[in-house]
Design a protein around this ligand. Structure first.
Ligand code: UD1
Length: 429
């Protein structure tokens, strides 16, 4: 199993190219199931989760062609995938595949919309508290699906096709909104989604679906209206930049000090996180090329942050912010409202010398003057990278074990950081 070795204390200086967003690429690839024609996706990140999803779609008879590199191609741009779901041969998504990644459950929507049936295993994914699918099922039922749960599988049927309906989410759910959008695209009549998630990845998927011939308005707001169409056609779409990767490297640069350009990053995708960095005393500048993050000499100020659905501070940056605040001059509070139990990084950060107290949903972080390297264990995707951030500023060596979690969501992490001066390497065993 691979490990990552970091020797802390180097400032980050240089340019980090930001990849396409994992959380957009996954639903975009799934959206290809909605059409018999080819969907071409550009800027797809090279990630374990993307490869895993390709396996699931392969099972259903989908052909995926990955374009090779051509002379003159930008080495930092992502891959181009040609996805063709001409004939769906299997409407099952088995446990062995779905249990590894929660988002793969979302195939249920296009399978149901196009084929009238789907059998999808209940999901797995990051171990961050209970992550039910009741709201996704509620949305499908509102569009006329009949659902049964049997032996760990969700069996969904819509013999005469789905019909438009009203979906009112009692709480904001990204997966629920993606599912509702994809199911409604091919339903008969109009669907209205109330209290929809406003995450930029929802807007990206809606843009792509509209290029495929869907009729979606209001994506990016909490009320989305979808006029169902009878079929969708092929299209070409570029995956938007990853706001969580952007925020992660911004927090890393804030941690070590230095001056880093996050190339291709778009500030409007993570304004809440950039505002927190400014409060912490970091200089944030938007440029034509991306976002510049600089901290030279000045200490870090503590912050008070509560995670919230977009446009609030993202739960997917909570662990990384906590790593940064371990070195602030004073006491910070971070409250997690999206996922219970999303504090597995706390114990591991403590191994590096962090002082963090948990009380319910709130972590109290007392900044310390120094962290010290130690062996630590990656637990989930975002928690793992928080350990990398802490290690970059810790004295001596930190060994991060179980890094497969990092590979699920961060493309070439050690390469991107070492290019900016970090002492970081992957050890394969
Ligand atoms: C997506 C993101 C994930 C991010 C999360 C919140 C992807 C691939 N993953 O996950 O990185 O952390 O949004 O921004 O895009 N819930 C229910 N019932 C349901 C569905 C959700 O109670 O049927 C709850 C969840 O337990 C959680 C909250 O709703 O408390 C939000 O979850 P949701 O937005 O659905 O997260 P995901 O789509 O799984």
């Amino acid at each position: 199993m691979d490990r990552i070795r970091i020797v802390g204390g180097q400032r980050l200086n240089g340019t980090i190219p930001i990849s396409g967003a994992k959380n957009a690429a996954l639903p975009l690839i799934i959206a290809a199931l909605l059409s018999e024609e080819t969907l071409i996706l550009d800027n797809v990140p090279r990630l374990a989760d993307v490869i895993q999803l390709q396996r699931i779609l392969g099972n259903q008879g989908v052909d995926i062609m990955i374009a090779g590199k051509r002379p003159g191609d930008d080495p930092n741009s992502g891959r181009t995938l040609h996805i063709s779901a001409k004939r769906i041969v299997d409407t099952t998504a088995p446990y062995e595949l779905v249990s590894k990644m929660r988002a793969s459950f979302w195939v249920i929507a296009p399978l149901l919309g196009r084929m009238g049936e789907a059998k999808v295993s209940l999901p797995g994914g990051c171990a961050i508290g209970t992550r039910p699918v009741d709201l996704l099922i509620m949305a499908l039922e509102a569009l006329g699906a009949e659902i049964e749960i049997e032996a760990g599988y969700v069996l969904a049927r819509a013999k005469n096709g789905l019909r438009g309906g009203e979906i009112k989410f009692p709480k904001v759910t990204v997966g629920g909104t993606h599912t509702a959008l994809m199911a409604a695209a091919l339903a008969r009549g109009t669907t209205v989604i109330e209290n929809a998630a406003r995450e930029p990845e929802i807007g990206d998927v809606a843009d792509c679906l509209n290029k495929m011939g869907a009729k979606i308005t209001g994506a990016g707001t909490s009320r989305i209206v979808i006029e169902g169409v009878t079929r969708l056609h092929g299209a070409r779409h570029t995956v938007l930049p990853d706001r969580i990767e952007t925020g992660t490297y911004a927090l890393a640069a804030a941690m070590t000090g230095g001056d880093v350009l996050l190339a291709n990053a778009r500030p409007e995708l993570l304004q809440a996180a950039l505002d927190v960095l400014v409060q912490a005393g970091v200089t944030v500048t938007s440029t034509n090329e991306g976002i510049r993050i600089a901290r030279n000499g000045s200490g870090l100020s503590p912050v008070e942050v509560t995670t919230a659905p977009f446009p609030g501070f993202p739960t997917d940056l909570q662990a990384q912010l906590m790593a940064l605040m371990t070195r602030a001059k004073g006491t910070s509070h971070i409250t997690e409202t999206i996922f219970e139990n999303r504090f597995m990084h706390v114990q591991e950060l403590a191994r590096l010398g962090a002082r963090i107290q948990l009380s319910g949903e709130t972590a109290t972080i007392e900044g310390v003057a120094r962290l010290k390297g130690a062996p630590v264990m990656a637990t989930d995707l975002r928690a793992s990278v928080s350990l990398v951030i802490a290690a970059l500023a810790a004295e001596g060596e930190t060994m991060v074990n179980r890094v497969y979690h990092l590979d699920r969501g961060f493309e070439r992490l050690e390469e991107k950081l070492s290019q900016c001066g970090a002492a970081i390497e992957r050890l394969s065993t």
